[in-house]
Design a protein around this ligand. Structure first.
Ligand SMILES: [Zn+2]
Length: 88
């Protein structure tokens, strides 16, 4: 079962890695993962009572920029881009 999940995660990460940076739309260098807190999950489009891992593409420059985490979360909350969601 874990092997199946690992494979699913690897495939997902590989797909997200090909997408442009979620903040500047330039080429991305990393795939980040964000897991919203349960009580705020619905703000990020996660169904009530569920927990999800949200993967996003990001470049080096944006990752190191000030307030990057806040801007990433805001981008995901606003539903900008196409963030892959995986069931846990
Ligand atoms: Zn960027």
């Amino acid at each position: 079962m874990h092997d199946h999940l690992d494979h699913q995660l690897r495939t997902l990460v590989a797909i997200v890695a090909l997408e442009p940076c979620c903040l500047c739309n330039g080429g991305s260098d990393h795939v980040g993962v964000f897991i919203p807190k349960r009580e705020r999950a619905t703000d990020y489009g996660v169904p009530e009572g569920k927990q999800r891992m949200l993967f996003y593409p990001i470049c080096n420059e944006c990752l190191q920029s000030e307030g990057a985490q806040e801007r990433i979360e805001e981008t995901i909350r606003n539903g900008i881009g196409d963030y892959r969601i995986v069931k846990r």
